[in-house]
Design a protein around this ligand. Structure first.
Ligand SMILES: NC(=O)c1ccc[n+]([C@@H]2O[C@H](COP(=O)([O-])OP(=O)(O)OC[C@H]3O[C@@H](n4cnc5c(N)ncnc54)[C@H](OP(=O)(O)O)[C@@H]3O)[C@@H](O)[C@H]2O)c1
Length: 453
């Protein structure tokens, strides 16, 4: 008995936008009804595959009476399933499902109709043929990521706003200059339709999406709008246009979420992982860095003017393994091609030991040639400020962002940017992976030298 599965037609979209329509003939599966594989959900449209498969409908109208001595009465391991077209996109899924369920013993056979592209990962292509869509390209890290991708020869499409940067200070021309080497696409990541149209207009498909989006303010609504919604828009649009890998720049602090932006990021992370669970052909890398170098230069000017270095508590409260922006960008680009970074959440810090605020202060005084001088602020002061702000928000809801900024300040004053050891519940420098070669000390030296110049 054989049941023919009407895998009608499919459309192949090449990376450069050509499409190939081919009929799939003779996809018969011996002795099994495909619609009995419910968790595979073949009737769900393949909305996102890189090859842009057209939605496939599987007929469920054929009812086949079970004969008295049917294979269905046998032990699943004794049921031989002959799968023709096993190398095709759907055929491949069917074989995997058969094997994973350990129910049936599939015997696969290649047909002359080999559908190459699903097997050909973008990872096997030449960088210049890999189309990478970068959102958040005008941000601090996004900009380094674009530079690194361009340097490595990828075909980079950078999505940007017409006025970008802090306080929208950059014009279109500034942005084009900043993102030199990439094709800049001016669009709006917060509007799904707009982003969809912009990417459609590119005329070619996307292999990888890299998101370096982040709320510029950290305010409550803006965090959800950018760290969740806009990032999700870039996933949806990327997938609609063939993306089979998504690299998310997240943050190590989401492992202890107390702030709105952390919840927004976590919600997106969860959806990204679910997407990969539901589609074997789709993968992700979630990068959770510790502190960036640029976040640590805040007090240099004050120290130069003879002021003390301000620390909270005893100065050992919030340790981190700072990573330079070029090293982080290099790690993010590695996530596209390195198999060991696929479908993983990747906390990442820079080289060397973990540094406390006290260590960083001492380092700065040493470079400046000054005697270390610290001003210790009790962390309880921050708690007091937060309680007052929380109280005020109840009366004036419009102050929710001010209260949130207070919480952000408290968080970064007290929490380490290191991996939280699930066994001890403590932050662990040993468990925080290191990457790259740039050290904070060299960076501080460079910044101070430039100040002097
Ligand atoms: N700072 C640290 O030490 C640290 C440590 C670990 C992780 N992280 C994480 O790293 C990520 C990136 O940080 P970053 O410093 O590179 O961020 P950033 O400089 O603030 O860049 C944010 C990016 O998002 C875009 N964006 C923000 N609001 C937008 C809007 N309404 N519409 C369109 N685009 C919008 C910005 O575009 P415009 O230029 O148009 O505004 C910019 O490209 C964040 O998720 C952060 O949590 C930071």
């Amino acid at each position: 008995m054989s049941i023919c599965v009407p895998f009608n037609r499919f459309t192949l979209q090449s990376p450069k936008g050509q499409s190939f329509k081919r009929p799939l003939s003779c996809h018969s599966i011996n002795q099994i009804q495909v619609h009995s594989l419910s968790p595979l959900n073949l009737s769900k449209p393949c909305k996102f595959s890189r090859e842009r498969l057209k939605p496939i409908s599987v007929s469920t109208t054929q009812t086949v009476k079970t004969p008295k001595f049917s294979f269905r009465d046998k032990n699943p391991k004794e049921i031989n399933v002959f799968v023709v077209g096993s190398t095709g996109c759907i055929g491949n899924f069917v074989v995997k499902e058969l094997v994973s369920r350990e129910r049936l013993k599939p015997i696969t056979a290649s047909t002359t109709e080999t559908v190459e592209t699903p097997k050909t990962s973008f990872r096997n292509k030449n960088p210049k043929d890999i189309n990478v869509l970068v959102v958040g390209s005008t941000g601090y890290v996004g900009n380094f990521v674009v530079k690194e991708l361009v340097k490595k020869g990828f075909n980079v499409v950078a999505i940007a706003r017409e006025r970008s940067g802090v306080g929208a200070r950059n014009s279109k021309e500034d942005t084009l200059e900043q993102l030199k080497g990439a094709s800049v696409c001016f669009s709006d990541v917060t509007q799904l339709d707009c982003l969809e149209k912009s990417v459609e207009n590119l005329g070619f498909s996307i292999d990888v999406v890299v998101s370096c989006l982040a709320s510029r303010t950290g305010g409550v609504k803006d965090s959800w709008k950018i760290d969740y919604e806009a990032t999700k828009n870039s996933l949806v649009v990327g997938r609609n246009h063939g993306a089979s890998h998504f690299v998310l720049l997240s943050a190590i602090c989401v492992q202890k979420p107390l702030l709105e932006f952390q919840h927004a990021k976590l919600k997106f992370e969860a959806e990204l992982m679910r997407e990969a669970e539901e589609d074997d052909a789709f993968t992700y890398s979630i990068v959770r860095p510790t502190a960036f170098f640029k976040s640590l230069v805040g007090q240099i000017e004050m120290l130069k003017n003879g002021k003390p270095y301000v620390v909270f508590g005893d100065g050992n409260l919030c340790a981190s393994k700072p990573i330079s922006e070029p090293d982080l960008a290099s790690f993010i680009v590695d996530c596209m091609l390195s198999e060991d970074k696929i479908n993983r959440v990747l906390p990442i810090g820079g080289p060397g030991k973990a540094l406390t605020p006290f260590d960083k202060g001492e380092m700065l005084f040493r470079i400046l040639g000054k005697k270390p001088k610290f001003f210790r602020v009790p962390i309880q002061i921050m708690d007091l400020v937060i309680s007052v702000l929380d109280f005020l928000v109840r009366i004036f809801p419009s102050m929710e962002d001010v209260a949130e900024f207070g919480k952000i300040g408290r968080y970064y004053a007290a929490e380490s940017m290191l991996v939280l050891d699930p066994e001890t519940g403590d932050y662990s420098a040993e468990k925080t992976p290191s990457y790259g070669k740039d050290t904070l000390e060299e960076y501080f030296e460079r910044v101070i030298r430039n100040y002097r110049l």
